[in-house]
Design a protein around this ligand. Structure first.
Ligand code: WTA
Length: 629
């Protein structure tokens, strides 16, 4: 499974294209199967359906935990770094993690959770979040982790979409010097969630919380009363493992569904190869488990490889902007995986926070979530890697489950700001607006993938048509990523950003329509239009154009009120950076908003707005420009 040279990479790649089934079967057979598979792949991108290893049975936790008990029971699996730097870090070894997962699996079973049930997890970054995820996987319940920064309304939407039976949360969360309510937010959500029967609450902050008799249970108490043994449920490879909601260009977030077998094989394979993980090394992924990066490269990928994975509760700037570097020293981190927005933000705090830190344990650096611009690349390389660590700029998506286009650390020759080459099994294709393939090098186009890989999205929960229309209908026969991409003279790939109405704010995916819907809920707002614009730290910022019913009396106050509404409806991550009050929006005669113009104004590029002759009222544009922020 391990690639150790550039030549081997090319050989593996070629094999994965020529004989994909043989290639992936060979890798899949390195895992423990309860019942071996005989069929490798069945697929159809026209009437979308993909099945990998479909008649095989396995359990991902048997591979991520039990398999290592024979060889490395006493090695660290999860190293928990608490929010307070002075607090003791807690290490869970493979045998301890296994025991905690088995116990909590029994807690879930005692509450009537069975295979196929959906469980919502809304927790801060503490070990119990990983334990809850793995316990679901062990008994075959489908976990749906909701990022701890989402509002009650967002939690409710997600719970209701997949009809979760149980919610797992904490009393509160601690991030930096803030204490944040969790249970209270869940309580607000549950007012409109009839499917939820039980809420399990782990203590973290000792914040007083309401506990409703017959519904709410304390994690600690249930854990004490649960039996220790819990065999891993035999799962069909194509049984759903989890749902993770993500934003698209239209409507409500959709529940991306990943299944057990393919996801296991692909996350394990990509983790081992891209980071060139060596036994005993410490891996630190700074992503929250509430996002796909945390699922695949904090929990599943590392544990499947018997790795030591750091789970950090806090924020990069608490107690100061040197926190990541202190953690690297404290735990002798060898591989560090973070997002460009974090790099740019820390860069902005000044080099004094990094200059005297001992980063000598580092061997490999990784980046994910948005384009890593050259300036940030160089700072990452010079200051963090001290010129000694290859940087893997990994391009992938919630829908792809695992890394897709990425260097292999120390093996693929690098180029700043390039995700470089596709990993084995990944067959990218650039197409033009009409879906025609763009061949050759030194070209730009929309990025599609023409062949399935094991952890490709299987469906969007409860709405397979939506999955088909979102990903497989723009360019028939191809998976469309939503990203624009350049392939340079050397055949290297550089992702240029989304080409749809999805924004990427600090590496978080947010749909323009979602933010507009939230703004429109604010009293007195008639209509709004939201676009992304370049932002030095966040990558993109949110610019909102808002039409109010009456002229605002105090613009600043109304802006703050609108932010409060957006925070309540979605969460603080979706708050616009700029709100411009306008009297009209540039619309075509058919009523479509010309976002192109709004994007240009937001970017401050008003000299060349292109053709505006099809606008219903071209004078609107003048007034928008004159009021631009
Ligand atoms: C963007 C995160 C440039 C891209 C794993 C993609 C990137 C979206 C990179 C998916 C990268 C991710 N370079 N852009 N290395 N990685 N993106 O679903 O636009 O949260 O479509 O998954 O992030 O975001 P998601």
């Amino acid at each position: 499974m391990r690639i150790t040279s550039l030549q081997q990479y090319h050989e593996a790649y070629e094999e994965s294209v020529k004989t994909p089934e043989k290639f992936w079967a060979g890798i899949a057979n390195e895992f423990d199967w309860i019942k071996p598979f005989t069929k490798v792949l069945d697929w159809n991108f026209d009437d979308y359906s993909v099945k990998w290893f479909e008649d095989g049975q396995m359990n991902i936790t048997a591979n991520a935990l039990d398999r290592h008990l024979k060889t490395i029971p006493d090695q660290a699996a999860i190293i928990y770094e608490p929010n307070e730097p002075g607090d003791e870090a807690i290490t869970l070894t493979y045998s301890e993690l296994h025991a905690r997962v088995c116990k909590f699996s029994n807690v879930l079973k005692n509450q009537g959770v069975v295979k196929g049930d959906r469980v919502c997890i809304y927790m801060p970054m503490i070990p119990e979040l990983a334990i809850a995820v793995l316990a679901c996987a062990r008994i075959g319940a489908i976990h749906s982790v909701v990022f701890g920064g989402f509002s009650a309304q967002s939690i409710a939407d997600r719970i209701n979409d997949s009809e979760c039976k149980v919610v797992i949360t904490t009393d509160g969360a601690i991030r930096g010097n803030k204490t944040i309510p969790m249970k209270e937010t869940v309580d607000d959500a549950l007012v409109t969630c009839p499917s939820v029967e039980k809420v399990i609450v782990k203590t973290r902050t000792k914040t007083p919380v309401s506990m409703i008799g017959g519904r709410d249970l304390w994690w600690e108490q249930e854990e004490n009363e649960a039996a220790a043994d819990c065999p891993a449920e035999a799962m069909n490879a194509e049984d759903p493992l989890f749902i993770l909601y993500t934003s698209g260009s239209t409507g409500k977030p959709k529940g991306v569904v990943h299944t057990c077998g393919g996801y296991m094989v692909y996350t394990a394979y990509t983790f081992a190869n891209v980071f060139q993980y060596n036994p005993g090394e410490v891996f630190f992924c700074t992503a929250d488990i509430g996002w796909i990066t945390g699922h695949s490269y904090l929990v599943y990928g590392p544990l499947l490889n018997g790795a030591k994975s750091v789970l950090f509760e806090g924020i990069p700037t608490y107690p100061d902007a040197g926190r990541f570097w202190d953690i690297i020293k404290r735990h002798s981190v060898n591989i560090f995986y973070t997002a460009p927005t974090a790099i740019r933000s820390l860069m902005g705090f000044g080099d004094e926070h990094i200059e005297n830190k001992d980063l000598s344990s580092l061997r490999v650096l990784g980046s994910v979530g948005e384009p890593l611009n050259e300036e940030a690349w160089h700072w990452y390389n010079d200051k963090v890697g001290q010129g000694n660590c290859p940087i893997v700029d990994t391009w992938w998506q919630t829908e792809t489950g695992g890394l897709m286009i990425s260097p292999i650390a120390g093996i693929t020759p690098l180029k700043p700001a390039f995700a470089t080459l596709p990993l084995p099994g990944v067959q990218p294709m650039l197409v033009d607006e009409n879906g025609k393939e763009i061949t050759g090098n030194g070209v730009n186009g929309n990025l599609c993938i023409k062949y399935p890989w094991p952890s490709i999205i299987r469906t969007t929960y409860g709405d397979h048509e939506r999955c088909k229309s979102t990903y497989f209908s723009t360019y028939p026969g191809l998976y469309f990523t939503g990203d624009g991409c350049m392939r340079d003279e050397d055949g290297y790939y550089r992702i240029t950003g989304r080409v749809d109405d999805v924004m990427n704010i600090s590496g978080h995916r947010i749909g323009t329509a979602e933010v507009e819907n939230a703004i429109n809920m604010h009293t007195g707002v008639i209509e709004s239009a939201v676009v992304g614009y370049p932002h030095d730290v966040k990558g993109q910022g949110i610019y909102a154009y808002v039409i109010c019913e009456h002229p605002t009396i105090n613009d600043d106050l109304t802006r703050k009120d609108i932010l409060a509404t957006v925070t309540r409806v979605i969460g603080p991550i979706a708050k616009p950076d700029k709100i411009q009050f306008v009297t009209g929006l540039p619309k075509t005669r058919s009523g479509k908003i010309m976002r192109r113009i709004l994007r240009k104004v937001a970017e401050g590029e008003t000299s060349n707005l292109g053709d505006t002759s099809t606008l219903l009222d071209p004078s609107v544009v003048e007034s928008i420009i004159s009021g631009a922020l």
